[in-house]
Ligand binder design. Structure first.
Ligand SMILES: [Zn+2]
Length: 86
């Protein structure tokens, strides 16, 4: 079984434990079950993954609006092009 480093979300303790791959364990300090596994010494990059919540909803709304406007414009362009060509 691999040795993983854990961080307790409840008391903040850091500890190592042998667990099955994908498994988890209880915090030895407080017995809490909310522990996060840390990947050895390599800390994962903290890259924000897009927008969340309200900001994401607003961003989606704006994008949909823009796409609708673009569709309208290209429709008009095609119509004008057709008028000119025929
Ligand atoms: Zn704990």
């Amino acid at each position: 079984m691999p040795l993983y480093e854990f961080h307790c979300d409840e008391c903040g303790a850091r500890f190592e434990a042998l667990v099955a791959a994908g498994g988890t364990t209880d915090c030895p300090a407080c017995g809490g079950e909310r522990v996060s596994r840390r990947w050895s010494q390599i800390s994962p990059p903290r890259v924000p993954v897009g927008l969340t919540g309200k900001a994401a909803a607003e961003s989606n709304a704006r994008r949909k609006e823009r796409e609708a406007q673009r569709r309208e414009r290209s429709k008009e362009k095609r119509k004008r092009g057709a008028d000119r060509d025929f």
